[in-house]
Design a protein around this ligand. Structure first.
Ligand SMILES: C[S@@+](CC[C@H](N)C(=O)[O-])C[C@H]1O[C@@H](n2cnc3c(N)ncnc32)[C@H](O)[C@@H]1O
Ligand code: SF4
Length: 400
């Protein structure tokens, strides 16, 4: 469920998030969400919902009653598993105890906070509306109401040294309870950061420094027992985000709300669905048509295989080759062998007993390049490594 509003737009962010200084007509938007969910259920038929993710934007700007009404509607339309994971994304600038109590009683079981940094100067330079003290208070309030709390940090920031990141990450690990999302700063096109970057006024770490920061991240999280189950996501075993795992394992998900994407098996074929991005246009469309879905396209076998490879190689557990084969895509043996010899890939036995490939820690740092080479079957050469492109950190939920 995508909530597309924020209190302020951060200069690095290209999510579908909008600021409405005149306020948001929450009643109208709620009505639209309830209606669009009904449309989704008419397509899927009865299903069991194993997880729900309220992402954004800043869903913690929604009144707890709005969140509760959305969750109730989902429970009316489908069967919600008794142990379903229900996550709400929150900005520390919009966290207070009363609200969190309301979210918990409405059914939310997990909170993910956008902390971004534990340094006030950095928070200011990232255009954040909260301070370090507020972020720490938000983590505490979240813990008082939810058993499962995660927070996000952005690293590989301008001028960041390995020593400074080591100190900050150690502090973060002391505050963490089982799950952390650690994203490398990406310069997204058409953001204020992209303009500053193009003008030479914002300089991000070069490849060598970014690799050093990535290695510090792996070393410290590993030592603290928060394993990298995905490129940017670290958890104590058992505390992985089940919702995110479902995306990366290429499961089925409904995407509702402005700009949301979904993947659904309909009439035996996997379909890609997408929703009108502009919030008010979306609400108008839902008012007229009952939903704001603007695309519902069957994917070809080759597209499915590409997506499965792209998503699955983000995971430490890798991708099952036997799942790819029926989709007509066995990565070329020569490329797999060569990438394995270079230490970027491992071929192993998957949990189901079949063959599985996975990117190594070194490989996950250059994942885009690996996926490209597997998809094209091109030859990889060790001397090409320094020029390889970075894996784009998964700053977005696949739904948006
Ligand atoms: C939807 S936001 C989280 C909730 C809330 N909107 C907030 O920012 O506090 C998702 C996360 O994406 C990450 N993110 C967004 N843009 C990014 C970028 N350009 N580079 C790296 N991480 C980014 C941030 O860590 C952010 O917390
Ligand atoms: S990072 Fe979060 S708070 Fe900032 S604009 Fe993006 S979605 Fe909104």
């Amino acid at each position: 469920m995508h909530w597309p509003f924020c209190a302020q737009k951060c200069p690095y962010c290209d999510f579908n998030s909008h600021v409405r200084f005149g306020g948001v007509d929450e009643t109208r938007f709620l009505k639209a969400y309830l209606s669009e969910l009904g449309h989704a259920a008419s397509l899927t038929g009865p299903r069991t919902v194993s997880s729900i993710f309220l992402g954004g934007g800043t869903p913690s700007l929604m009144a707890p009653t709005t969140v509760a009404a959305i969750l109730e509607r989902i429970a009316e339309l489908w069967t919600v598993a008794p142990d379903a994971e229900i996550t709400l994304e929150a900005n520390p600038g919009s966290v207070e105890a009363g609200r969190f109590r309301g979210y918990a009683s409405g059914g939310v079981t997990r909170v993910s906070l956008g902390v971004q940094s534990l340094n006030d100067d950095v928070l200011r330079s990232l255009g954040r509306i909260h301070s370090v003290d507020e972020a720490k208070a938000a983590i505490e309030i979240a813990h008082a109401h939810f058993d499962r709390v995660s927070f996000d940090l952005i690293y590989a920031r301008p001028g960041q040294t390995s020593e400074a990141w080591r100190r900050e990450l150690k502090e973060a690990l002391a505050l963490a309870h089982g799950h952390l999302s650690l994203y490398q700063l990406t310069i997204e096109p058409e953001t204020p950061f992209a303009a500053l970057h193009a003008a030479g006024k914002l300089i991000v770490p070069d490849a060598e420094q970014a690799l050093a920061l990535y290695e510090v991240t792996q070393e410290l999280t590993g030592a603290a027992g928060l394993l990298a189950y995905e490129i940017s996501n670290h958890a104590v075993p058992g505390d992985e985000s089940r919702h995110n795992l479902l995306y990366w394992r290429y499961g089925e998900y409904v995407g509702c709300g402005p700009g949301a994407h979904g993947r659904l098996l309909l009439h035996g074929a996997r379909h890609a669905t997408s929703v009108e991005r502009q919030p008010e246009r979306w609400a108008d469309l839902v008012g007229r048509e009952g939903h704001g879905w603007v695309e519902q396209l069957p994917l070809t076998r080759a597209e499915e295989a590409d997506e499965r490879l792209l998503m699955g190689l983000r995971l430490a557990e890798g991708v099952d080759l036997d799942r790819l084969a029926p989709e007509g895509a066995v990565p070329p043996l020569a490329a797999v062998t060569e990438l394995s010899q270079l230490g970027f890939l491992e071929v192993m036995r998957g949990s189901g007993g079949g063959r599985c490939i996975r990117a190594t820690q070194k490989g996950r740092f250059v994942l885009n390049e690996i996926v490209l080479r597997l998809a094209l079957g091109l030859e990889a050469r060790q001397d090409a490594y320094p020029q390889w492109t970075f894996a784009r950190p998964p700053t977005k939920h696949p739904t948006t």
